[in-house]
Write a protein of this length. Structure first.
Length: 431
């Protein structure tokens, strides 16, 4: 077919003369209306040269080389992107058993082969339609159970956010590889809502159990428990806390950047006030310690690009102990930090809890970390003089631990006294 001094052949793929004539007519009309490039793309796509787009492997290598991302952050984002590409390209379709598990084989080359298949894909395999379809299929696999479905929505949103972080305006202009338009620009990032903390912890009872069961038999677990509940430390913060950061004279812990520890954010660097009995507990451990770190464990590995914990055995055992005590959170140790923030918020307000926990944004504290610790009720006087509803509802009180030889000692009483003081202050504020 000849048009505008250009000629090309179009296969009609039919032996029927009338059908061939119809196809030839459509091609000619397309040439007149849309021009050569659009017509070739529609009727002879194999003749259209594909733009040179880099592969997933080339893209990740360039991001690693030129971006500002920390090594650990890059590894996390890259793994998420590989997960998306693996699903969209259906690389694992039809695999079962050992063939499917081979991607976890770091010794015999299974993981390397799995990555090679993914990284050979072109980046333009990621399109808004493909990413939206992936999210919908990921959530659909959770079925109709509302809890599983909400969990899947949060996981899908997290995967998409992490992978999208590799395509931001802070990174893409620095790259030298050829990229398609941002595939995440057309992805509807649905917010599944915050995963709000709902306390299942009675701090008085839990501290009493820790004092009875951990203090003498498993002292390192008891110390780790105390740092997370009383100081609200993240596990990494407690794991790499050094004695020079503990000010026993002023009853404070100073979370700072060190040669071994990089804070999660700048706001994570903070001064944490400790209760007097918490100071006494830490002081006893310091008197016996021969390490520069508060918790005993292996040597630090600041170069690790995965979540390495010096005190991994201690954390695993403490997690199991908390599970035995009824804490069902997936991250049981992190629940101690959330409970610490909730107690501070109840006593001193949400901003004090933000500072205590070291959050950048108060929304994070409110949405994810703080649970209501006091009753908030509407009391409407009735003509009889009795407040509406008060005749049948009693305000619960924290049980005061006994002081006998078989009961928790002053450490648990300090929690009770703190909680009682929190309630009193809150009551005065409400009035």
């Amino acid at each position: 077919m000849f048009h505008l001094r250009r000629e090309a052949r179009f296969p009609l793929h039919t032996a029927d003369r009338s059908e061939a004539a119809g196809k030839a007519r459509d091609i000619y009309l397309s040439l007149i209306a849309a021009g050569w490039e659009a017509t070739l793309a529609k009727f002879k796509p194999e003749a259209v040269a594909k733009p040179e787009i880099c592969t997933i492997g080339e893209f990740l290598a360039d991001v690693r080389k030129r971006s500002h991302l920390k090594p650990k952050t890059f590894v996390a984002y890259a793994e998420t992107l590989r997960r998306l590409v693996c699903d969209i390209a259906k690389i694992e379709a039809g695999l079962k058993g050992s063939a499917l598990r081979a991607k976890h084989d770091l010794v015999n080359g299974g993981n390397q082969a799995w990555r090679a298949k993914i990284e050979a894909q072109r980046v333009d395999i990621l399109t808004p339609d493909a990413l939206n379809a992936w999210r919908n299929q990921f959530v659909a696999r959770a079925g109709s159970d509302p809890f599983k479905r909400k969990s899947a929505e949060r996981s899908a949103a997290s995967y998409l956010r992490n992978a999208r972080s590799l395509f931001t305006r802070d990174i893409v202009p620095l790259l030298k590889v050829a990229l398609p338009p941002n595939p995440f620009a057309g992805v509807r990032m649905r917010d599944p809502g915050p995963q709000r903390y709902h306390s299942g912890i009675n701090p008085v009872w839990l501290v009493g159990c820790a004092e009875r069961e951990l203090r003498e038999a498993h002292p390192q677990q008891f110390l780790a428990f105390s740092l997370c509940l009383w100081a609200g430390l993240r596990r990494k913060e407690a794991d790499l806390l050094r004695w020079e950061q503990v000010d026993l004279a002023n009853g404070q812990i100073h979370v700072r950047r060190t040669a071994y520890f990089e804070p999660k954010t700048e706001e994570s660097q903070r001064d944490i006030d400790l209760a007097p009995l918490a100071v006494d507990v830490i002081r006893r451990f310091k008197a016996q310690s021969r390490s520069e770190f508060v918790l005993e464990g292996e040597d630090s590995r600041p170069e690790a690009v995965y979540d390495f914990y010096r005190c991994d055995r201690t954390w695993r055992d403490l997690h199991a102990w908390l599970r035995e005590k009824g804490i069902r959170d997936r991250k049981a140790i992190h629940a101690l930090r959330k409970e610490s923030g909730s107690l501070v918020a109840s006593a001193y307000g949400i901003e004090a809890a933000r500072q205590h926990l070291g959050h950048r944004d108060i929304h994070t504290t409110s949405a994810h970390y703080v649970d209501k610790k006091m009753r908030i009720e509407v009391a409407i006087p009735m003509e009889s003089g009795a407040p509406f509803g008060r005749s049948s509802v009693k305000t619960p009180e924290l049980p005061l631990p006994a002081t006998g030889s078989d009961s928790p000692s002053g450490f648990a009483h300090q929690v009770y006294e703190d909680a009682a003081e929190f309630s009193a202050k809150k009551g005065r504020t409400n009035r």
